[in-house]
Unconditional design. Structure first.
Length: 452
């Protein structure tokens, strides 16, 4: 016990401040206790540590986040474009929580989040969390125009069913990564495709950016790569008519019920795009030494089959507005500072850690902050790329929370029911929290049995 510390409501202020500060900085009790033991300094027990955090710090964090969130939402004007993504608490298939966060694409502010725990909701955790957080935002008066997510078919179906007034978009970065993954898979059997992977992915980005929200232009511009790869840079409306009809006949031969469509209804078909965007000089300068594919070769037919697949075409249509969730991925990396995946937490601890990270992100949106340029090795590109990061962040909110906590301790008696009431009122806990994720009762006694 630190005798030099002031006493507040029969609590030593140093114990309260140490407990709160360590939690806000991502330092666990075990790490803090090890440091105190190394310095031969006495410290409070584990029970007292978590009691201080739960009874006195958590209500203050919740109040601070409610204030910051209300200020962000009230500053929104008209309809907004938001992006969302789920973040699991552990890698692999053993996750207990899924945190789905919503970010304003234009400002980078975290508007809200929701955490689903296993056995609290049926089915996919990410879909359930997405549904809850979108419902909460609409309840709080946010008018959403475009909603951007990764290519999760369950989330897409949920949005179509429950939020039909929203325009759902796929993240261009995630889709480009899936295209690259598929092309590399094809290249294992057809090695010549390796030389075209980067060019095709870049062309997909270019097609999404230049289509200006028109899905037909996006598809035609992307399908033009099939002609470009065989050194054809201008074409008619239907350059692949014989091939498309032949493939249709081959598929009908294997079907019980034949489907016959005219060539104009089969992909690819060009109504507006009938030549490459590059000029002749650019073609000969940038493609010097380029090895063209042969029409209807094995490599070209593999690309043709993939690019004209109905599911693939329907998915790239949802990239027409050219949104990507890069800032949201950065936010997920910041979350690991307080909520590392190698440690298991309670639902309340997950909620408080998520609120602290959201507060930190929203209070550091100032574009005038000092940023440092540096080189970083990209595993996907296999080369060094130029990146930037903020040198000095504003951590004043931590001091404010500590001061508010001391005032809260002076004015309130410890009440374990207060936090549950506040979380229920703030729409973060809508169902009863299960005792464990297994659904089984924990044995009260351990029976020791002999091997003999």
């Amino acid at each position: 016990v630190w005798r030099s510390s002031s006493v507040i409501s029969n609590k030593y202020e140093s114990d309260l401040v140490f407990s709160a500060a360590s939690m806000m900085c991502g330092v666990s009790y075990n790490a803090l206790e090890s440091m105190m033991s190394c310095l031969s300094m006495p410290y409070i027990s584990k029970t007292a540590f978590y009691k201080n955090v739960t009874l006195y710090l958590y209500p203050v964090i919740l109040n601070k986040w409610s204030t910051v969130r209300s200020a962000i939402i009230s500053s929104l004007e008209g309809e907004v474009d938001v992006s969302g993504d789920g973040h699991y608490d552990s890698p692999g298939w053993c996750a207990k929580y899924c945190t789905y966060s919503i970010m304003d694409i234009n400002t980078g502010a975290i508007l809200d989040f929701f955490i689903c725990q296993k056995r609290m909701y049926q089915g996919d955790l990410e879909t359930a969390a997405c549904k809850e957080v979108l419902t909460n935002l609409i309840t709080r008066g946010v008018k959403i125009r475009n909603f951007v997510s990764d290519e999760n078919t369950k989330v897409a179906k949920m949005v179509r069913t429950n939020f039909s007034n929203l325009t759902h978009n796929y993240d261009v970065w995630h889709k480009a990564r899936l295209i690259k993954k598929k092309l590399l898979t094809l290249a294992k059997k057809l090695p010549k495709i390796n030389g075209y992977v980067s060019a095709i992915v870049n062309h997909f980005w270019y097609a999404c950016k230049e289509c200006k929200g028109d899905s037909k232009i996006l598809i035609e511009r992307f399908h033009s790569s099939l002609l470009h790869l065989v050194d054809e840079h201008s074409w008619t409306c239907d350059p692949f008519k014989p091939l498309k009809l032949r493939i249709q006949d081959e598929k009908n031969a294997k079907r019980k019920k034949k489907i016959t469509l005219p060539s104009e209804k089969l992909y690819p078909y060009f109504e507006t795009e009938q030549q490459c965007d590059h000029g002749k000089k650019a073609k000969h300068r940038s493609l010097k030494g380029w090895k063209w594919l042969k029409l209807e070769s094995d490599e070209w037919m593999a690309l043709f089959s993939y690019f004209t697949d109905t599911r693939f075409i329907n998915s790239i249509k949802m990239c027409r507005n050219f949104f990507h969730t890069g800032n949201l991925e950065v936010y997920h990396n910041v979350r690991l500072k307080l909520l590392p995946k190698r440690i298991s937490y309670s639902l309340k601890r997950m909620l408080m850690g998520s609120m602290l990270i959201a507060i930190e992100v929203n209070l550091n949106l100032d574009a005038s902050q000092t940023r440092k340029q540096f080189w970083s090795y990209s595993k996907s590109l296999k080369k060094y790329v130029r990146k930037s990061r903020t040198i000095k962040k504003n951590y004043r909110y931590r001091v404010d929370i500590l001061e508010e906590m001391i005032d809260f301790v002076r004015c309130n008696k410890p009440n374990s029911i207060l936090l549950e009431t506040l979380l229920n009122d703030d729409l973060y806990i809508k169902k009863r929290i299960p005792k464990n994720v297994t659904g089984l009762e924990i044995p009260e006694e351990t029976i020791n049995r002999s091997r003999f």
